[in-house]
Write a protein that binds this ligand. Sequence first.
Ligand SMILES: CC(C)(COP(=O)(O)OP(=O)(O)OC[C@H]1O[C@@H](n2cnc3c(N)ncnc32)[C@H](O)[C@@H]1OP(=O)(O)O)[C@@H](O)C(=O)NCCC(=O)NCCS
Length: 163
Amino acid sequence: MKFAELEKERWQTSSVRRGRGTIIDESARIYHAGNTVIGENSYIGPLVYMRGQIKIGNDCWVGPMAQLNGEFGLEVGNNVGLGNGVIILTSEHDKTKSSGKITLAPLKSGKVVIKSNVIVGCGACIIPGVTIEEGATIGMGAVVTKNVPKNETWVGNPARKIK
Ligand SMILES: CC(C)(COP(=O)(O)OP(=O)(O)OC[C@H]1O[C@@H](n2cnc3c(N)ncnc32)[C@H](O)[C@@H]1OP(=O)(O)O)[C@@H](O)C(=O)NCCC(=O)NCCS
């Protein structure tokens, strides 16, 4: 995508499909809002940035300044907490297909799935293609590069199991 094309995109929180009781802070920026679906009683905090194909369940909390890049799909279950400043990516430039300008190289992708009852600590990052299974906890500042099994706690960069 050429950068000029991005100018045509608009953020439009009002067209997000959301369930009863869900609050989206007025400073949140949601691009491709028509592709965003949020369940009931969830909260999207100040300055959250969301883009792409994003589905968030019920009773979720998305902390201030979280960045949810869901171009290739992001699914979040119920009762999930995404801490302040969490970054989730579902795409990255494919350097092997670059004709010199890496920023214009095609994107390779990987959907991210976060199942129910998961906590992702503040400032943690999740790379494309990762699934975090139900009940897992991700420590503050972790960089999650692999799938995280059910009920485990992972911390660090790259994230590893501690519990
Ligand atoms: C990951 C976390 C849940 C672990 O809590 P805990 O189970 O009580 O773990 P402990 O404090 O007993 O720590 C266990 C070990 O992991 C280390 N550790 C804990 N959190 C860590 C982190 N975020 N990054 C790196 N190491 C961490 C501890 O230093 C300790 O190491 P040691 O055994 O060598 O002494 C917690 O530290 C954390 O990061 N919580 C996130 C809080 C947050 O961001 N909340 C908002 C979400 S909505």
